[in-house]
Design a binder for this molecule. Structure first.
Ligand code: FES
Ligand code: FES
Length: 184
């Protein structure tokens, strides 16, 4: 005997209207409660410059600026950011003029595959705004949430400290960077 099982229709998920200003443009979005800011940026706003690495707050690839502050966009829900101003890597340049940090990354060869670079750039801009880093060692410490699997750390630090105008771009004597290795 054939048994026919009717497919149950899943109830439509509830969505919430939110408004975000992303890179200077207003976006009105209907979003489910569980959608992260990272997924909204990449999957719904088409801004794929922001990268998904771990999706668990451990790599920093997804770093964006919210209200001028750097955050891991994989760790925040889009609905929590309703009404906020978001800047992603796509919003850093002024037209065809690169942000000074973008130019410094090029000048210092501060990337290889480039996967971590959007997050590194947004994180470095947040770091500059925070004003907490005054030495090379502090830059390294306060950028430590951004992992680079290619090990471009010495060049990244050189780019950031170059923009900061730190005279001594060398690494802290207690923590010398060996090219090709990940510093502790
Ligand atoms: S993807 Fe968000 S911290 Fe890794
Ligand atoms: S440049 Fe490849 S992960 Fe950083």
């Amino acid at each position: 005997m054939d048994v026919h099982i009717k497919a149950a229709h899943a109830p439509a998920a509830t969505t919430y209207p939110i408004s975000l200003r992303i890179n200077g443009q207003q976006h009105q979005v209907e979003v489910e409660a569980w959608v992260t800011l990272l997924d909204l940026l990449r999957e719904r706003a088409g801004l794929t410059g922001t990268k998904k690495g771990c999706d668990h707050g451990q790599c920093g690839a997804c770093t964006v600026l919210v209200g001028g502050k750097r955050i891991n966009s994989c760790l925040t829900l889009a609905v929590m950011q309703n009404g906020k101003e978001i800047v992603t890597v796509e919003g850093l340049a002024d037209g065809t003029r690169l942000h000074p940090l973008q130019q410094a990354f090029i000048d210092h060869d501060a990337f290889q595959c480039g996967y971590c670079t959007p997050g590194q750039l947004c994180s470095a801009i947040g770091l500059l705004r925070e004003g907490e880093a005054r030495t090379v060692a502090e830059v390294r410490e306060l950028m430590s949430g951004n992992v680079c699997r290619c090990g471009a750390y010495p060049q990244i630090v050189a780019a950031v400290t170059g923009v900061m105008g730190l005279a001594d771009h060398k690494d802290h004597p207690d923590r010398p960077a060996i090219p090709g290795t990940v510093p502790a």
